[in-house]
Structure formats: structure tokens, C-alpha cells
Design a protein around this ligand. Sequence first.
Ligand code: CTP
Ligand code: MG
Length: 178
Amino acid sequence: MLEMLLAQAFWLIGPAYAANAFPPLARGKMPVDFGKKINGKRILGDGKTIEGTLAGIIFGLFYGAVQILLQPYMPLAIDGKPLELITVTPFIVFLLVIGAILGDFIGSFIKRRARMERGKSAPGMDQLGFLIAGLVLVSLITAVSLEVWIILIILTPLVHWIANLIGYYLMRVKQTPW
Ligand code: CTP
Ligand code: MG
């Protein structure tokens, strides 16, 4: 049962993870907010760049396209139990990718309102903002089970943390290990 749930959850969320993981690799320079401020505070800050955002969108869409191509070959059942993977469509991929990017922007926007510097850790929001926004948008067009929501909310911070340690210590593409 748990392995079914894990397969369903990670099959669904792939494009959002891809869109969230790729931006640091772009080593972008042009801030999305063009350095603009509201009430003396940056709108999003230097951690959200045009290059990074485009890289996230392109990689997320690419990941989803690969999923759509592989879909016909995915197993329908494991040990006779139906796997019930969601049927990925271009629109689902689009919503996951846009949700992931927007959720990340919303997190940065809130951090800047709270006078938190770029890169300062905001536990919860840093790891879950992209996930929740992605899931909310897909939920508009297809049912996402409560179990899938729960497992992703529990496991995403762990995946995020491990990925960031790799990005910081091994690849040096992250400014901070979180
Ligand atoms: N990044 C980017 N464009 C994005 C998202 C991320 O260029 N849309 C890059 C930036 O180099 C950023 C790094 O990926 O520093 C890590 O992303 P994240 O942790 O989301 O940004 P932070 O630097 O922590 O900024 P914030 O405090 O606004 O979350
Ligand atoms: Mg960060």
C-alpha cells in the first residue's frame, strides 16, 4: 500500500520538483523584480532570477514531456494490485510547473515583507511553498487524494533538504545549505 502511494505521489509531483530543483543551476544574474522595492523592501529579492525561472520552467516542462512519452509503458499494477498512477497531460504539467514557480515567488515575497534577507531560512515555506501551490493548481482540474497530499507534505522537506545539501556541498550551486 505504501509503495503504491509513494509511486502515485512522486509520479504526480515530478514536474514541480524539476521546476524547483533546476533554477540554482542556471546561476542567474537578472532579478525577476528588476531590483524594484515596495515600501523600501525588495519585491522578491536577488534569489529569484529570470535565468533561473526560465530554467525551472523549461526543465519542468521537459520532465513532464518525458513522463507523457513514458506513460504508455508504465506498469498498471504491482503484484496484481492496481497502481492507479495519474494520467499526466500537458495541462497538468503546465499547472504543476507554474504552481511550483509561483509558490516559490510567493514564499520570497512573504520573506521580503518580513525583512528576511535573500537566502535566509524560512522553515516550512522554503520547502513547501512550491509544493502546495503546485498541488492546489492541479487540484483544480483533477482529484489529488488526501493520502498523496499528506505523503508529499511529509516527504518533500526531507527530499528538499537532501537535494540542498548536495547542491551546496557537492555542486556549489546553492548559496546556503538550505
Ligand atoms: N533561483 C533563481 N531563480 C528562481 C529560483 C531560484 O535564480 N526563480 C536560484 C538563485 O540563485 C537562488 C537559488 O536558486 O539563490 C536557490 O533558490 P531559493 O532557495 O529558492 O532562493 P533563496 O536564495 O533562498 O532566496 P529567498 O530568500 O528569496 O528564498
Ligand atoms: Mg532558499
